[in-house]
Design a protein around this ligand. Structure first.
Ligand SMILES: [Zn+2]
Ligand SMILES: [Zn+2]
Length: 292
C-alpha cells in the first residue's frame, strides 16, 4: 500500500486557496504570493474568484506558483451553493450562465481546462455529504478552511467521514482561503511528497493522495506494518484513528505529556484516516487508507 510516507521524494509545503486584489483579496498577486514565499512555503496556487490571474511571471526556482481559480454556483434543484477551487487550470474565466446550475458543471469546466477540482468549505456552504456525492471528478474536499473560522465553520470532518463511510473516495486538504493576510493566512496547508518541485509533480502527488493536511502538527510516518497501521508524528496530545461508523480509537498522552506514535489494527474493509492533535488543539489530517 503506497502512501506519501512510503514513496520517494521530498516534502513541499503549499497553500491551495488564496485571493488577491484581482478578486476580493487585500494584497496584490505579487504581495500575496510573497507572503507565502517569505514564510517558507514551497508553492502556492492563486485562486481568484471566477477567473485565473496571470501568475506566469511570479514563480522562481525556489517557489512554485500554480495558476488557479475558485468557481461558484447555486444549484436551484438542490437548493445549495458550490464553491469549487481549480488548481493548475489553464487561463479561464467563468461566465454568468454557469453560476446557476449543478456543481458538476463547474467540476467539468475545471477538468476540461486541465485543473484539479477541490470542493471548498462545505460546512460554510451548508452542504451535506449527498451534495458532494452528487458531483464526481473532484480530487479533494477542504477538511479545513481558515477563513471559515470567522463564522465558526472551518472544519468539515463530519462531511469527509460521511463521504468516506459511503464509499465516496476523496482526499482532504487544509487551506487558508486567505483574503486579508492578517489572521487568515498561514493557518492551514498541505505537505506534499513529490520527486521535484514542479507543477506536474505536485499535481500528480495531489491526484494520488501523496500528501497530508495540517494546521501545524507533522505526520512523520504512516504505514501498514504487518496487520497494523503505525503512525509517527511530532509531539502531540492525541493520535486518533477514524474509520467507518463507530470504528476507531483515540490514543491520548498523559496529562501534560505528549505522544509521538500510535497504532491501530487494519480493518478487513473500509477506510482508516488519522488525526494528530497537539496541546493547542491544532490538527494534522492524514489521507485515508482504503482496505478492500
Ligand atoms: Zn469560497
Ligand atoms: Zn476562496
Amino acid at each position: 500500500m503506497e502512501t506519501a510516507f512510503t514513496s520517494p521524494g521530498h516534502w513541499y509545503r503549499g497553500n491551495l486557496h488564496m485571493h488577491s486584489t484581482e478578486s476580493d483579496g487585500k494584497l496584490g498577486p505579487q504581495e500575496a504570493l510573497t507572503w507565502y514565499r517569505e514564510r517558507g512555503y514551497d508553492f502556492a496556487s492563486l485562486t481568484d474568484h471566477r477567473k485565473t490571474t496571470d501568475v506566469s511571471t511570479f514563480g522562481d526556482e525556489g517557489f512554485l506558483v500554480i495558476p488557479g481559480t475558485e468557481l461558484d454556483c447555486v444549484d436551484p434543484e438542490r437548493d445549495v451553493g458550490y464553491h469549487i477551487v481549480g488548481v493548475g487550470i489553464k487561463p479561464f474565466s467563468q461566465d454568468d450562465a454557469t453560476r446557476q446550475g449543478p456543481g458538476q458543471a463547474l467540476v467539468d469546466l475545471i477538468t476540461r481546462h486541465d485543473g484539479l477540482a477541490i470542493m471548498a468549505h462545505p460546512y460554510w456552504l451548508g452542504q451535506e455529504p449527498s451534495d458532494i456525492m452528487a458531483v464526481s471528478g473532484a480530487v479533494a474536499v477542504e477538511v479545513y478552511n481558515a477563513t471559515c473560522a470567522r463564522p465558526g465553520k472551518e472544519f468539515a470532518m463530519v462531511h469527509w467521514d460521511g463521504l468516506l463511510d459511503r464509499g465516496y473516495r476523496i482526499w482532504g486538504v487544509a487551506a487558508d482561503d486567505a483574503h486579508n493576510y492578517v489572521g487568515d493566512a498561514g493557518r492551514g496547508w498541505v505537505m506534499v511528497k513529490a520527486p521535484e518541485l514542479t507543477e506536474a509533480a505536485i499535481r500528480q502527488a495531489l491526484i494520488e493522495g501523496r500528501f497530508y493536511a495540517t494546521q501545524g502538527p507533522a505526520i512523520v510516518d504512516m504505514r501498514l506494518v504487518g496487520d497494523r497501521i503505525e503512525v509517527h508524528s511530532s509531539p502531540v496530545q492525541k493520535i486518533r484513528f477514524i474509520s467507518n461508523r463507530g470504528r476507531g480509537r483515540t490514543v491520548e498522552a498523559e496529562p501534560g505529556g505528549a505522544i509521538t506514535a500510535a497504532s491501530f489494527p487494519a480493518p478487513p474493509r473500509g477506510y482508516v484516516r488519522v488525526e494528530c492533535i497537539d496541546h493547542r488543539g491544532l490538527r494534522a489530517w492524514s489521507q485515508p487508507l482504503f482496505f478492500d
